[in-house]
Design a protein around this ligand. Structure first.
Ligand SMILES: Nc1nc2c(c(=O)[nH]1)N[C@H]1C(S)=C(S)[C@@H](COP(=O)(O)OP(=O)(O)OC[C@H]3O[C@@H](n4cnc5c(=O)[nH]c(N)nc54)[C@H](O)[C@@H]3O)O[C@H]1N2
Ligand SMILES: Nc1nc2c(c(=O)[nH]1)N[C@H]1C(S)=C(S)[C@@H](COP(=O)(O)OP(=O)(O)OC[C@H]3O[C@@H](n4cnc5c(=O)[nH]c(N)nc54)[C@H](O)[C@@H]3O)O[C@H]1N2
Ligand SMILES: [Mo]
Length: 774
């Protein structure tokens, strides 16, 4: 069913320009950042706040998970345009008050766009929607906790509740949350990672024995060759461009593999350097492979095949035989499989000319140290896990894992998404972790696996889950199959959102709904024991402290840790201490002094011994990573595993395109900062679909035509996103791109990646249905 277009939003500008920009960052970037933060925060607050961003004595940027340089090497302004926007979004002076909720019914809010909702400001009062009511009303904290406790304890089984986490939650809050959820009795801990880097974690754990990247910032900057595959760092990890620039300055090279010629990789000006601002900029990518969507598995097989051929031609000169013999298993089967690789399949899958792959293979042969970076362009496909295993195969052949300047670099999204996992936010935590957790707190954590995001939606849809709690995030908008998900959420008895900002998940709710407003990363967090610091882990496994500095947005806000402690104490005491195996936890004591939470973490999570002292060091500490530190692979065989992966060419029916759903430059996931996508040259429009001019011509469609996007899938259901404007764009032929969350209505719930169960939001089969003038 088509949804009506949201109201209260400026209409898309039909004359919007769409010349892709040829360079990224530089003066316009910084100017944009300051304009956005001034509008939200005012000038003085902007300058003092941004000065503390990513400094050793300040707070961690709530934007992306890109690591900070060592304290001695940080720029005075170690932030980017989009980091500044993320801070402005949180540090805004606008407030969503009880009067606002008296004025706007839930029905009204559900008709608003995500952009409008976010623009209303910070949530400052706990609010309750009672069953049958169309309005939120103020509620006291204790009453809110009791209400949740009553619903949770009334369920037939703890597995009827779902506890979601987004990736901004601190280590301390995440640890407390999973402790509460497991003490309550379930492993239903889905998180945004299920939709994000789950495929990376799955492929890396299987092949190298740990689900995290194996490089540090120093490695990256010292690589000879960096492949940036399925990632748009200029928008989503802008400070990564500074590192890529360093690679180039040292004589290394950068290759971009992407269906879209992303401006940041084609040309870059560093805003943190005067030369960057006035200079002509650096062409970051030495080679750009405009790959067909989903062609990466074939590309890496073709590259590895070329390495095998080169080895045959000059035995002993190409492969790292010592490494393969000492540290890996599976080479023979892998090599035999690749010898049968069909170049016609490679061409069909990648859309690339053999000469382009030859050129890249020559670069690979010339490089001593290689790093492959990737993000959502690899992880959100049916064969995502196999594709990433193929990346690992490629790197293992020349021993490019576990030595300086080489390795795997999955670039994470949310600023603490990696840390949340380390703290136990996962529906499938291994037994070793549960053993230690149980021993530390004297209880028996549940062992059967819980629901991930997709399974949680299915459970709510089918009436097997009736209470939903969201620690941050915007579950309703971020997840696939919007119509199905919204109905699933609406069928719950109670939904609870612990949030900083208003979003669609506050408008589309269960029969009863709670909004529990919380402090953000930028704010001072004072508890019983005094001012608190929290800790976070970046994309490269480095853990450091973050200290909020702004006064809280309102006097009634509570920290995430204190809200979780309140929920836990109310729920577990109601169920009674008599329950067998009930842990004895001093919830108020822990949330009153985060050092006490860290002391437990140190006992439970490997690598966190001496936690308090290590985070007192400027810059924090690096977590152990056996492959990186010692070429130790903790797989069942004790070796890194070369795998055999079938290449299946993703063919689409005639007249259809492969649609990938991406972020614009003016959004943070479901948070829409503005309506431009500057580097792609899109102004004041979000309902646009980027299509290759040849594909438009063959369909008789003009640039600017109005179409519906209709996705098809094996369940036979036609899913429709109405009213998109076609933009002729140099994406790979046969492919298209449009923004999420507007396109999530097109993603079938059951279309997920093998093994990781991640929605396939980067490879949807769609057709463009022309519509009359609107
Ligand atoms: N400003 C800002 N920063 C963010 C975010 C944000 O929304 N805004 N989100 C954060 C989060 S949670 C995450 S996970 C990251 C996301 O960071 P990215 O993964 O960079 O984000 P996407 O916009 O999904 O971009 C995917 C990229 O992969 C390309 N791509 C799509 N399909 C394929 C394919 O089949 N093969 C190849 N080779 N490329 C493909 C797309 O063209 C695009 O360049 O960013 C984080 N940082
Ligand atoms: N089609 C499609 N769908 C996708 C993707 C895609 O590429 N295509 N990407 C997927 C990916 S990679 C991800 S990570 C998910 C993102 O899914 P989520 O993490 O669920 O979504 P966000 O939009 O990041 O959540 C934003 C909300 O988080 C809350 N928030 C912000 N900061 C804080 C804080 O400090 N504490 C608390 N408690 N709340 C806070 C605010 O209320 C804000 O509105 O979306 C996924 N969905
Ligand atoms: Mo993400």
């Amino acid at each position: 069913m088509a949804r009506k277009a949201p109201v209260g939003d400026p209409a898309d500008d039909p004359r919007a320009a769409h010349e892709p920009a040829t360079w990224a960052a530089g003066v316009p970037g910084v100017a944009h950042a300051l304009a956005q933060s001034w509008a939200q925060m005012g000038a003085r607050r902007s300058l003092t706040t941004l000065r503390l961003l990513n400094q050793a004595d300040g707070f961690d940027c709530p934007g992306c998970a890109w690591p900070d340089p060592d304290p001695g090497h940080r720029a005075h302004a170690e932030f980017c345009e989009n980091g500044a926007k993320a801070v402005a979004e949180e540090a805004t002076l606008r407030r969503v008050t009880p009067e606002f909720f008296a004025e706007h019914s839930l029905t009204d809010l559900a008709g608003r766009s995500g952009y409008w909702l976010g623009q209303q400001g910070r949530l400052v009062e706990p609010m309750l929607r009672r069953p049958g009511s169309d309005h939120y009303e103020p509620v006291g904290w204790d009453e809110a906790f009791d209400l949740v406790a009553a619903e949770l304890t009334a369920l037939d089984s703890p597995d009827e509740a779902v506890f979601y986490t987004s990736g901004r939650t601190s280590n301390e809050a995440a640890f407390l949350y999973q402790l509460f959820v497991r003490a309550y009795g379930t492993n239903n801990l889905p998180d945004c990672s299920n939709m994000c880097h789950e495929s990376s974690g799955s492929a890396l754990t299987e092949t190298i024995g740990i689900g995290k990247g194996s490089v540090t910032l120093e490695d990256l900057e010292n690589a000879d060759l960096v492949l940036v595959v399925g990632q748009n760092p200029g928008t989503n990890h802008p400070r990564m461009l500074t590192s890529l620039e360093k690679v180039k300055r040292r004589g290394g090279s950068v290759v971009a593999v992407n269906p879209l010629p992303e401006a940041s990789l084609m040309r870059f000006r560093n805003p943190q350097k005067p030369s960057g601002i006035v200079g002509a900029g650096t062409a970051l990518a030495d080679q750009f492979l405009r790959i067909r969507v989903n062609g990466d598995l074939a590309l890496f097989q073709a590259l590895s095949r070329r390495l095998l051929d080169a080895e045959d031609a000059a035995p002993g000169t190409v492969l790292d035989h010592d490494f393969l013999a000492a540290h890996t298993t599976g080479f023979a089967a892998f090599a035999a499989h690749l010898r049968a690789l069909d170049e016609a399949d490679v061409a069909a899958s990648t859309g690339l000319a053999a000469a382009e792959i030859d050129e890249l293979a020559a670069r690979v042969l010339a490089a001593e140290k290689i790093i492959v970076c990737w993000a959502m362009g690899l992880t959100q496909h049916a064969n995502a896990v196999a594709t990433i295993r193929e990346v690992v195969n490629f790197l293992l052949l020349r021993g490019n894992i576990g030595r300086p300047g080489a390795g795997v670099c999955p670039v994470r999204g949310h600023s603490n998404v990696q840390g949340d996992r380390t703290m136990g936010i996962w529906e499938k935590m291994p037994d070793a972790f549960l053993d230690r957790l149980g021993a530390e707190f004297g209880f028996a954590p549940p062992r059967h696996h819980g629901y991930d995001v997709v399974d949680a939606i299915r459970a709510m849809r089918d009436g097997r889950a009736r209470v939903f709690v969201g620690l941050g995030g915007n579950f309703v908008s971020a997840t696939p199959d919007s119509a199905v998900t919204e109905a699933a959420i609406r069928s719950c008895r109670l939904t609870v959102q612990i949030s900083t900002k208003l979003n669609r998940s506050h408008a589309v709710t269960g029969a009863a709904a709670l909004i529990l407003p919380t402090l953000g990363r930028t704010e001072r967090d004072v508890q019983a024991a005094g001012p608190q610091v929290v800790t976070v882990e970046d994309s490269m496994g480095s853990v450091h402290a973050s200290r909020g500095t702004l006064p809280p947005a309102g006097p009634r806000l509570r920290s995430e840790a204190s809200i979780i402690a309140g929920l836990a104490a109310a729920t577990l005491s109601r169920r009674g201490q008599a329950t067998a195996g009930h842990p004895d936890v001093d919830w108020a004591g822990l949330s009153g002094d985060y050092r006490r939470i860290r002391a437990h973490i140190a006992n439970v999570v490997p690598g966190f011994d001496d936690y308090e002292r290590k985070i007192a060091e400027p810059g924090g500490f690096l977590l152990p990573h056996p492959p990186r530190d010692a070429r130790e692979f903790r797989t069942p065989s004790g070796r890194a595993v070369l795998t055999v992966n079938e290449l299946t060419v993703l063919r689409v029916p005639p007249g259809h395109l492969l649609l990938q759903t991406v972020r614009s430059h003016d959004q943070y996931n479901t948070t829409i900062y503005g309506r431009d996508d500057r580097y792609r040259g899109i102004r004041n429009a979000r309902r646009v679909v980027l299509v290759n001019p040849e594909d438009l011509a063959s369909r008789g469609l003009a640039d600017g035509a109005q179409v519906d996007l209709v996705s098809i899938w094996s369940d036979g259901v036609e899913r429709r996103a109405p009213g998109f404007r076609v933009v002729a764009y140099p994406t790979a032929p046969g492919c298209a791109a449009a923004y999420f969350p507007e396109t999530n209505v097109l993603v079938p719930l059951d279309s997920t990646a093998e093994r990781s169960n991640t929605p396939t939001s980067k490879s949807l089969v769609v057709r463009l249905e022309p519509r009359g003038e609107p």
